[in-house]
Design a protein around this ligand. Structure first.
Ligand code: ATP
Ligand code: MG
Length: 609
């Protein structure tokens, strides 16, 4: 008899390449859902696209940040998703500044968002491409450029009986909305004639009414089980200067109204957002269907798809809380290397490739928000950086070591001894680093012990140790300061033991230590970063997240580094042997000095449980 067949494993809805949004796109491409779309060369209404040519972009996605803060690691997920889908399916991804809210937006944020997207490696989607007319242009747009169309669309909705001006107070409107169990009650203004609504709406736009006096509402269904369809407000009066349109407008569209229109004007096919917008989708579809009926837009409309937000353990991304951390002096600005902003991650030394890999691995699912461990980002960093990063020796807590028989071994006129090490252990093509060994060197304080603990093979009196890329030395003793701490280690060198010379391994040692010579070592400042929060979900359930701040998140130590690092450029990354991956600080480091290095992460996950 045959053994019962095992059920096939459930199809993963997470890991790329098969995630559900890719499946949707592949089905659409197969069915030709968007094949008839045209592109007018710029965002515009239905007629302007119809006058264009068949859209050379097979799909259009967009990344629509609101320019009211710096991008953070969660945004990297959305950037990766939208841009990589466009890349993989022969489409384009638009960078759209969703700047319909006049109050909170600033040029500084626009600049930093643009810079972060490019830094992440998505610049090529903005480059000129002569083979594809209409793609070869920067697809960077501002939602506020669509205010005219939004106003026109609102007037159409009013004329067609799909919208009305409501003059109830906000309290009355709230009370009449009902709740999940109770249908809402119609506003007394709901039945007003279109001509009267149009007149009132134009008065709103002309500044004839005070802020908050009335709103424009879509007329849909006050009994809908979806609260978002109970005649949502779509325009409000707000006297505020806008960074792009100045004082042209005193009415502004609500986000739920503006967003579908922005997508449609840009001929977006797949509008990807996070799960909290799921309940907005019926309104999104309703609005675009009405505007297509009215001939303002052409079919097929864009469609919205929701996926679970990416949350990262030990990280807070709320803008309000991020701001509080700066204001209270717990971190130094938006690009503090401990922060999860893209500017902070960049300064910390994370590579764009590591962030892309991290996002890809964290998966795309519609089943809820996903928690991802920060260790996965460090793993992606090590994986992408290890094959490329040049090696260097750096002594982080220097202790002097004196080779007492130097003159005896090398002669009384003793010269410094040249040493060489590969720039990368597996990539001979990267060449060699050169440095000198002399009678005085710097070693790690932790490499010496008066009495060795069990398993300690480094320096203690009587023990033989190899100086990496140098000679074997014998530890004699240590001289002490007044507090009894070692102030220098005494040692003697064993002749003819230089690494890489014939017979050098005639003397066996159990310990090998890193070092930098006092003669050519360079002083540097090294910043050792740890997680900013000690708890995985520092703000879960309204907890006081400040209580979870890690008091040791930044430790600044003086170090001595090998001479090859004097030419490091800001943002150059390397591996300090034994210590981990480091980056020359973007702001404070200068080639030639001062040398300032940030620890990106250690060689292993020191936080592993
Ligand atoms: P926040 O308030 O955390 O800054 P937001 O959603 O208000 O986030 P927007 O500028 O509106 O910020 O976001 C731009 C895009 O990035 C949106 O499409 C949003 O869904 C997406 N996004 C923001 N945070 C995340 C996250 N943690 N995971 C995935 N996508 C995200
Ligand atoms: Mg937002």
């Amino acid at each position: 008899m045959n053994a019962p067949k095992k059920a096939p494993p459930a199809a993963p809805d997470t890991a790329a390449p098969g995630h559900f949004i890719r499946q949707v796109i592949e089905q659409d491409l197969q069915a030709g859902t968007y094949a008839s779309r045209r592109w007018g060369g710029a965002p515009g209404d239905g007629a302007s696209h119809q006058a264009g040519w068949p859209d050379p972009a097979r799909i259009r996605t967009r990344f629509p940040p609101e320019p009211n803060g710096y991008l953070h690691i969660g945004h990297a997920k959305s950037i990766w998703l939208n841009f990589s889908l466009a890349r993989d399916y022969g489409g384009v991804c638009h960078l759209r500044f969703d700047d319909t809210n006049p109050e909170k937006e600033e040029q500084e944020y626009v600049d930093s968002i643009r810079e972060s997207v490019r830094w992440l490696g998505w610049d090529h989607h903005f480059a000129d491409d002569p083979a594809h007319p209409g793609i070869g242009q920067p697809h960077e747009y501002f939602a506020s450029d669509y205010f005219d169309f939004m106003y026109r669309a609102a007037q159409y909705l009013i004329e067609a009986g799909h919208a009305y001006v409501d003059e109830q107070t906000p309290e009355q409107m709230r009370a009449a909305r009902g709740d999940f169990a109770t249908p809402g009650a119609a506003s007394p203004f709901r039945a007003r004639a279109p001509a009267e609504n149009l007149r009132r709406f134009r008065e709103m736009a002309a500044g004839r009414h005070p802020d908050g006096a009335m709103v424009l509402r879509a007329r849909i269904d006050m009994a809908s089980p979806n609260m978002n369809l109970r005649d949502p407000a779509i325009y409000r009066i707000r006297r505020a200067s806008h960074h792009n349109t100045g004082d042209t407008w005193c009415i502004y569209p609500m986000y739920t109204y503006a967003h579908p229109i922005e997508d449609a004007l840009e001929q977006i096919t797949h509008s990807i957002c996070t799960l909290e917008f799921e309940d907005q989708r019926p309104f999104y579809d309703w609005l675009l269907a009405r505007l297509i009926e009215g001939g303002l837009l052409t079919a097929p409309p864009p469609r919205q798809y929701e996926f679970g937000r990416m949350n990262v353990g030990h990280v807070i991304t709320s803008k309000r809380k991020l701001r509080l951390l700066v204001e209270q002096g717990h971190v130094q600005g938006w690009d503090d290397p401990r922060r999860p902003t893209l500017a902070g991650l960049r300064r910390r030394g994370y590579t764009p490739a590591s962030l892309r890999l991290f996002c890809e691995r964290s998966g795309v699912t519609k089943s809820g928000d996903a928690w991802t461990d920060y260790a996965a980002l460090d793993a992606a960093l090590r994986e992408t950086l290890d094959p490329a990063a040049p090696r260097a020796m750096a002594v982080l807590e220097p202790l002097k070591l004196v080779i007492e028989n130097w003159a005896e071994v090398f002669g009384s006129n003793a010269h410094l001894q040249p040493c060489a090490a590969p720039a990368h252990p597996h990539r001979p093509g990267l060449g060699e680093r050169r440095f000198l060994l002399g009678p005085e060197i710097w070693i790690e304080r932790s490499d010496y012990a008066d009495t060795p603990p069990k398993g300690f093979f480094r320096l203690f009196p009587g023990n033989l140790v190899r100086l990496k890329y140098g000679y074997v030395i014998e530890c004699l003793s240590a001289t002490k300061d007044e507090a009894g701490r070692p102030s220098a280690v005494r040692a003697r060198l064993l002749p003819d033991t230089q690494s890489g010379t014939p017979g050098a391994d005639r003397v066996k040692t159990k310990g090998v230590i890193t070092w930098v010579s006092a003669a050519d070592g360079l002083p540097a400042q090294v910043r050792l970063y740890e997680r900013l929060f000690t708890q995985e979900q520092p703000d879960a359930g309204g907890k006081d997240f400040l209580a979870a701040l890690n008091p040791h998140s930044l430790q600044t130590v003086p170090a001595i580094v090998e001479p090859s690092l004097s030419s490091a450029q800001p943002e150059d990354r390397c591996q300090f042997e034994r210590h981990g991956f480091f980056v020359a600080d973007r702001h404070d480091h200068r080639p030639g000095g001062p040398l300032v290095f940030n620890r990106i992460t250690g060689l292993k996950d020191s936080w592993a449980k």
